[in-house]
Design a protein around this ligand. Structure first.
Ligand code: MRU
Length: 348
């Protein structure tokens, strides 16, 4: 299995996903700033992996300031935490992971533990988060695979696999489980996912790695194949899910959901509960990241629009819960009304 990010003897080793598929380059760092920049620039990407990267990034920060006195160590931890939080606004996993880490370092400071002890506990917490995501991905994959039938053609968008999560992945985990654990024949259509091509660069790369039948299509081809009856199901991941079951995912997901609804094709979202924002009711309140215009205007550093042209570049959109057939989580498959189940999980 691909290892997009690991902690090795006080260092983070990560696969630079901006270089795939041309180059498989791993970088090593002891500097949390490199991790923050890696998340901002999508070298480290995908909602769960952003959370894992930020958790270990915080450990690097703690290591760097370990020899300061305890009060400056505490001040520096606030600043490392703030830097990591400022990298990307939409995937709630980033904040979920950093909130979990914060409980550890704040408690350590309150109890007067040494900075070395706090560092040790932080690494343990980051390892726990990573292990948890791995197990959760496996459960999501297993539950979701039951929704796929022999001979299905599954359309997916962006990349919600090992590269985005570590472990099985979510949407791609569901497909991989159906093929490799249940021996179903499944064909995948992968949207190329403009502007940054996570579908053609990463999903195709990953699925070819696991020997799955995958064909890349341009984002504007989905309706054509749906109208021909050539798409059995749509399965995607998510960056943030609200209590009502509205889902923020890579830009273009909403259009796919509308198309799927028109063509009466089941639309599934595979997501760990770490991507559910239990504090948000509705999708309209999800912060949507607006990225640089040049990501739309350029490809591999070359202009693909007239000099001086302007562009819009929202990185995510929100799919309203009414368009979603089911949400696949580690607790099982949730069907509408989603708010009842999420409210129950919140109260637990
Ligand atoms: O901008 P990215 O590449 O981080 O966006 C990733 C996605 O939108 C994924 O579909 C989502 O994070 C789910 S990953 C399990």
């Amino acid at each position: 299995m691909l290892q997009p990010l690991t902690w090795e003897n006080g260092k983070i080793r990560f696969l630079d996903q901006t270089r795939l598929p041309q180059e498989e380059i791993y970088r090593e760092t002891k500097d949390y700033r490199v991790i923050a920049e890696g998340i901002r620039t999508l070298q480290i990407r995908g909602a769960p992996l952003i959370g894992i990267g930020a958790a270990y990034g915080l450990c690097l920060g703690a290591q760097e300031y370990m020899n300061e006195d305890l009060s400056s160590f505490g001040r520096m931890m606030h600043s490392v935490d703030a830097k990591l939080r400022s990298t990307r606004p939409t995937a709630v996993n980033l904040f979920w992971a950093l909130d979990n880490m914060k409980k550890v370092w704040e408690m350590g400071l309150a109890e007067g533990s040494s900075s070395a002890e706090i560092c040790h506990c932080l690494v343990e917490k980051a390892e726990e988060i990573t292990k948890r995501e791995y197990n959760v991905n496996r459960d999501i994959s297993r539950y979701g695979a039951a929704l796929l039938n022999e001979g299905d053609t599954v359309l997916t968008h962006c990349n919600a696999g090992t590269l985005a999560c570590s472990g099985w992945g979510t949407a791609l985990g569901v497909i991989n489980w159906a093929v490799h654990e249940e021996n179903k024949t499944i064909t995948v259509l992968a949207d190329e996912t403009r502007p940054l091509l996570q579908g053609s660069r990463l999903t195709a790369f990953e699925l070819m790695h696991t020997h799955l039948a995958v064909k890349i299509i341009c984002d504007n081809m989905a309706g054509y194949f749906m109208a021909q009856g050539k798409v059995s199901k749509v399965v995607v991941g998510a960056d943030r899910v609200t209590l009502q079951g509205d889902v923020a995912n890579k830009i273009g997901t909403y259009s796919l959901a509308v198309l799927a609804s028109y063509h009466k094709i089941p639309f599934y979202v595979a997501v760990p509960l770490s991507s559910v924002d239990f504090a948000l009711e509705e999708g309209k309140d999800i912060p949507i990241e607006e990225r640089e215009e040049k990501e739309v205007l350029e490809l591999y550093g070359k202009n693909i629009a007239p000099q001086g042209a302007r562009a819009k570049n929202p990185a995510f959109d929100v799919t309203p819960h009414k368009l979603i057939t089911a949400i696949i989580t580690e607790k099982g498959i949730i069907t509408p009304p989603f708010d009842e189940t999420f409210q129950r999980l919140k109260n637990k």
